[in-house]
Design a protein around this ligand. Structure first.
Ligand code: AMP
Length: 227
């Protein structure tokens, strides 16, 4: 099973892909996590990508495609994988098509007002990358009710999974968030048409928390005839 989660920053790609990955027992691959770890470790890759990430720009395709291809060739990807934050350009999608057959692309749809609120309230574990959110969103936008409860750790500031420290991501500041949203519209949104044409796109309107959304996504996966 090869699954892609597409959607703007803050739509929930990381949360959904990690939870679905745990259910299906296949790895979640986040190029953002790989790059952040490289920056943290101060590797050559980290030095190359840090500047782009800080500004909310995309890391160049040559670097990103090489990293992703090396990752999906690891043995733990034999039974499939979930991509979170890749592809982000048509060139990346074309490279992926040459390497594997994608089964489904979940397109997470969330209004921009809510994305900004969610990104500003996101907290991540510095050790394992688990995602939390302190925003409690209850709004009606264009007649649609958004009821997205906070995803809080049991002890404030501490990860439930590993006890690591929870922090705000350096690129989750208002200016960088705005740039990331504009980069998404310009460079990544064309992928919606790209995958629609291939008949792989499944739109998911996210207006509630993952506990309610995950069963809907799992139900859709069960309709696919993939082992
Ligand atoms: P994310 O954690 O997915 O929000 O990614 C954080 C940052 O990493 C992005 O703003 C980009 O700078 C970089 N990045 C992650 N994935 C990609 C990708 N597929 N292509 C280019 N840059 C990426």
């Amino acid at each position: 099973m090869k699954i892609i989660f597409l959607g703007p920053p803050g739509a929930g790609k990381g949360t959904y892909s990690s939870r679905i990955g745990r259910i299906l027992k296949i790895p979640q691959i986040s190029t953002g996590d790989i790059f952040r770890e490289a920056v943290k470790q101060g590797t050559e890759l980290g030095k190359k990508v840090a500047g782009y990430m800080k500004l909310g720009k995309l890391v160049p395709d040559e670097i990103t495609i090489e990293i992703l291809e090396a990752r999906i060739n690891q043995p733990d990807c034999d039974k499939g994988f979930i991509l979170d934050g890749y592809p982000r350009t048509i060139q990346q999608a074309e490279a992926l098509d040459k390497a594997v057959k994608v089964d489904i692309v979940f397109n997470l749809l969330v209004p921009e007002d809510i994305l900004i609120k969610k990104l500003s309230a996101r907290r991540v574990c510095t050790t394992c990358g688990e995602i939390y959110n302190v925003a409690d969103i209850k709004e009606i936008i264009n007649g649609v009710k958004y009821d997205m409860p906070p995803m809080l750790p049991k002890i404030p500031g501490i990860c439930d999974k590993c006890g690591g420290e929870l922090v705000q991501r350096k690129d989750d500041t208002v200016d960088v968030i705005k740039e990331r949203l504009s980069v998404y519209k310009r460079q990544t949104e064309p992928l919606i048409v790209y995958y629609k044409k291939k008949d792989l796109l499944a739109d998911i309107y996210v207006n509630t928390g993952p506990d309610i959304m995950i069963p809907k996504i799992m139900a859709k996966l069960k309709t696919l005839n993939v082992s």
